[in-house]
Write a protein that binds this ligand. Sequence first.
Ligand SMILES: CCCCCCCCCCCCC[C@H](O)CC(=O)SCCNC(=O)CCNC(=O)[C@H](O)C(C)(C)COP(=O)(O)OP(=O)(O)OC[C@H]1O[C@@H](n2cnc3c(N)ncnc32)[C@H](O)[C@@H]1OP(=O)(O)O
Length: 259
Amino acid sequence: MTIRTELDGRVATITIDRPEAANALDAATRRELVGAWRWVEETAEIRVAVLTGAGDRVFCAGSDLRDPALDDFDYASDELFGSPPREHFHRELQTTKPMICAINGHALGGGLELALLADIRITADHAEFGCPEVTVGSMPGAGATQRLPRLIGTSAAAGMLLTGSRIDATEALRLGLVSESVPVSGLQARAAELAAGVARNAPLSVRATLRALRAADEWPLEHGLELERHLFGLIRSTRDRAEGRAAFRERRDPDFEGR
Ligand SMILES: CCCCCCCCCCCCC[C@H](O)CC(=O)SCCNC(=O)CCNC(=O)[C@H](O)C(C)(C)COP(=O)(O)OP(=O)(O)OC[C@H]1O[C@@H](n2cnc3c(N)ncnc32)[C@H](O)[C@@H]1OP(=O)(O)O
């Protein structure tokens, strides 16, 4: 097993555990990672997930350049990614629950692309970020060409993707690629604090907010506002909204049940 999963109350942690290979993603690890993603999605008590890597040097070095099984890997035909049809395979790469990425070191290629799937990214301050695919005759294949420019701007993304150059944690913070940069010794504790801050909130409210938030990257403003209005209407009728208002009036902590 090269993907470790842990559950602490309502917080799941997924760890890429191949430090001897810079946490690179060979075929087996990819399959285990998809399985972990699905576990998060299907486990009712999980309200938020943290994705991180083993060790304190590399988060993930991307695709395993030494795995012969990947030499002619084709997403379209692979039973893992080929269905649903290729054009939707990226939908497989996101859960409906919030994902925090605790970037414990260098995030390169597919490793950066995994981090881009998260909703909140915090990094160790020694980490470097890049997509070196073009330097090894490949190209980003798990979303960087679409997600990175939306996050940091086309010019900054082009500078990284076309040269294969890396940026450090300070630059990643300045560009908004990450929201926080901390010493690696405090990274997991900070990720756990953020995760707890999400897990204590009304789960339906969090998931509705996340759904609308994710649309902001892809939808025209008017459509996004319409989605927000629609979701707001649904949340208005939940038991948890009534509980939240009652708890405020009675000066007590709310007891959210996710309904
Ligand atoms: C629902 C969710 C499911 C998600 C499933 C999967 C999602 C899709 C992800 C697939 C990826 C898509 C395609 C992707 O866009 C393409 C790529 O990623 S191409 C690969 C790009 N990466 C690189 O080029 C990084 C190369 N490595 C380095 O630059 C350095 O190794 C490092 C990472 C900066 C670390 O440097 P150091 O600390 O100095 O350590 P070493 O270099 O000595 O490495 C240690 C050890 O690890 C081995 N190693 C490093 N990188 C890789 C790698 N990419 N593949 C295989 N092995 C790697 C290195 O050889 C050393 O091994 P040793 O020699 O000690 O045996």
